[in-house]
Design a protein around this ligand. Structure first.
Ligand SMILES: O=P(O)(O)OC[C@@H](O)[C@H]1O[C@@H](OP(=O)(O)O)[C@@H](O)[C@@H](O)[C@@H]1O
Ligand SMILES: [Mg+2]
Ligand SMILES: [Zn+2]
Length: 176
């Protein structure tokens, strides 16, 4: 199965140290939206695994989060593509859940949904937590320089991490 798993903030849309709290603050990266459309039109299933501790912190609610994801789906559909399963972790750092990255629970949830194995599946993120989550379940860790990617790149990366400028470059590689 051609499955690609994406982190959201900093990969699909701009990130902010102040969290993405409203639909207006959810600003898509245009080339990332186009990349998702290109990949899905080429037969790739594109899923999303995103930490959303802003819910636990009370910065926004589930309805607001889902409005962002509806917008994402709409933008990709307008370019003839589609977004697969979007999984989020609503918990805070101290909640001890199994789904908050760097734990791999959301990646496992996606694999179970599609009844597929995770070994070698590319997981594209912008933080070290994303890369660690990938490694925990034998996914291929992929770092993009958008979002917090440049900060992440300033620290040692896990061996074998692939680095690309942005999601568009990841799509170019997968579609080449
Ligand atoms: O990149 P993904 O996983 O899609 O989402 C990240 C967001 O949930 C937020 O995660 C927070 O980390 P803490 O949850 O406070 O450690 C901060 O890094 C925020 O800047 C960021 O917007
Ligand atoms: Mg991110
Ligand atoms: Zn969680």
């Amino acid at each position: 199965m051609k499955l690609l798993i994406l982190d959201r903030d900093g990969v699909i849309n701009q990130d902010s140290d102040a969290y993405i709290k409203t639909l207006d603050e959810w600003i898509p990266i245009p080339s990332s939206i186009a990349a998702i459309a290109r990949l899905s039109q080429a037969g790739w299933t594109v899923a999303v695994a995103t930490n959303q501790s802003g819910i636990a912190r009370g910065y926004y609610d589930l309805a607001t989060l889902e409005s962002m994801h509806a917008r994402l789906r709409q933008l990709v559909a307008e370019q003839g593509g589609e977004v697969g399963l979007i999984v989020h972790c609503p918990h805070g750092p101290d909640d001890g859940c199994d789904c908050r990255k760097p734990k791999p629970g959301m990646l496992r949830q996606i694999a179970a949904h599609y009844a597929t194995d995770l070994a070698g599946i590319w997981f594209v993120g912008d933080t070290s937590g994303d890369l660690q989550a990938a490694l925990a379940v034998d996914c291929q860790p992929v770092l993009v320089k958008t979002g917090k990617g440049e900060r992440t790149l300033a620290k040692p990366l896990p061996p074998g991490t692939l680095v690309f400028d942005d999601l568009a470059a990841v799509a170019d590689q997968l579609l080449s």
